[in-house]
Design a protein around this ligand. Structure first.
Ligand SMILES: Cc1ncc(COP(=O)(O)O)c(C=O)c1O
Length: 423
């Protein structure tokens, strides 16, 4: 997580946010009635709007920018199809994701990730008409060359390591090794090295992207002219945080101790993030200065979270009310695959008793583990068995991490314009 300081979440921002869901409550209540709960409600219209805003923001500063949606952030095939139809490419990180992207009918795919297997490289090579392989190491360069064969070489880039300490060292090669990588690639006829990529995560503002672009600019300055001329793309990855920022139970981002009755569960904190246009402006200018002054590379981006975060809501029903401040829902947090709400705050919104009032209540799922927590408070007039609750903005790194654990995975429905839906 980002290290920037959290500030108290302003109540007017929280109220406006909750109100935006209450104003659409009939749509969600109908979805729960028609399909049952627990339920993921996917909203393709939101996906399309987010994609358009993201693309517009970067096209305004770098006209040739190309956006690849990071499939890992939400791997429902319909999400990939919707975004492919909206003009995005797809960024995949495994053979399974690659198959999904190929089936989505997208024209351009980038395949990144460490430790690609021979089967994965072979699949990528068999679809070289659409796939660019972002190589992760010198060994992978050699393996792909051996596997690829064929008449036309496989278009590739190389991933650069953004942090050589500790665990992030597992990704890519160090920036200063770029020249050696180009030289090595000259010996491999089935590979055509045409660009490079880096990725940083959880960015609340553009600083990390700018620092990496400047570092790459210095490396490009020292690169032989013949290699510079071959660079067709620079892919700056994803990691753009949605502008609501990170909402937390505690200012340090840690987990709540639910036994601490002194803490008011209506106290929330926020690490604010920049709107996407405030990422795009400085990134575009720095890209011009550092990269376009030295190459004719196309800017590529791989946003995941920023695109799909607001496009899925989770609906639950209160199954059991055990006391005034403890309810159990029909769905468990296996729907999101991790103990997200022990540290992250997302309002639990009671659609059946709409109100902007927030009251303390432990809203817990029905898995046989005490870590199955949706929240420690609820927005509503009250909360009773049978009420329908909404957990908002669960599009990113929730559905993809779902797991078959004790309870089944909820059904997913797609909300179509004019109220039509499909399974
Ligand atoms: C290589 C790469 N690109 C893009 C992404 C998407 O990141 P985000 O969802 O934060 O935009 C990730 C996420 O881990 C990644 O590893």
């Amino acid at each position: 997580m980002s290290e920037s300081a959290a500030v108290p979440l302003p109540p007017e921002i929280l109220n406006r946010y909750v109100e935006s869901f209450l104003s659409r409550k009939e749509i969600y209540l109908r979805a729960a009635r028609d399909n049952g709960t627990p339920l993921y409600v996917f909203e393709p219209e939101i996906l399309r709007r987010r994609a358009a805003r993201f693309m517009d923001a970067f096209a305004a500063v770098v006209p040739e920018a190309m956006v690849f949606y990071a499939v890992k952030s939400n791997n429902h095939p319909e999400v990939a199809r919707t975004l492919a139809a909206a003009g995005l490419g797809l960024d995949v990180s495994s053979g399974e994701e690659l198959k999904l992207a190929l089936a989505a009918g997208v024209a351009e795919i980038v395949f990144s990730g460490p430790g690609k297997t021979e089967a994965e490289l072979s699949l990528a090579a068999s679809r070289r008409d659409r796939v660019t392989v972002l190589l992760d190491s010198f060994g992978e360069l050699e393996r792909l060359n051996r596997i690829a064969g064929g008449n036309s070489p496989v278009r590739c880039g190389v991933r650069l390591t953004t942090d050589e300490r500790a665990l992030w060292a597992k990704f890519g090669i160090p920036f200063p090794a770029l020249a050696d990588f180009f030289r090595a690639a000259e010996n491999f006829p089935h590979v055509r090295l045409r660009g490079c990529q880096f990725h940083t995560s959880w960015n609340l503002g553009p600083e990390n992207h700018l620092a990496c672009l400047k570092k790459l600019g210095r490396v490009l300055e020292g690169l032989e002219g013949r290699f510079r001329e071959e660079i067709e793309f620079v892919d700056i990855g994803g990691g753009f945080w949605p502008e609501e920022g990170e909402w937390l139970h505690r200012p340090d981002g840690g987990q709540v101790n639910p036994d601490n009755r002194e803490r008011d569960p209506r106290e929330h904190f926020c690490r604010p993030a920049a709107p996407i246009e405030e990422f795009a402006g400085p990134i575009g200018r720095t890209f011009q200065e550092e990269i376009l002054s030295r190459t004719s590379a196309r800017l590529c981006l791989e946003p995941g979270r920023w695109i799909c975060h607001p496009a899925v809501q989770i609906l639950l029903r209160v199954e059991d009310k055990k006391s005034a401040d403890l309810v159990i829902t029909d769905g468990g947090t296996n729907a999101v695959g991790w103990e997200r709400y022990e540290s992250d705050y997302f309002p639990v919104i009671n659609l059946s008793r709409p109100s902007l009032d927030e009251f303390p209540c432990r809203v817990l799922g029905s898995l046989c583990t005490p870590h199955d927590v949706w929240g420690y408070s609820c927005h509503g007039g009250d909360i009773l068995a049978g009420d329908i609750l909404l957990i908002p903005d669960q599009g990113a790194y929730s559905y993809s991490l779902r797991q078959e654990f004790i309870k089944p995975i909820p059904r997913a429905v797609f909300r179509q314009p004019r109220g039509r839906r499909s399974g």
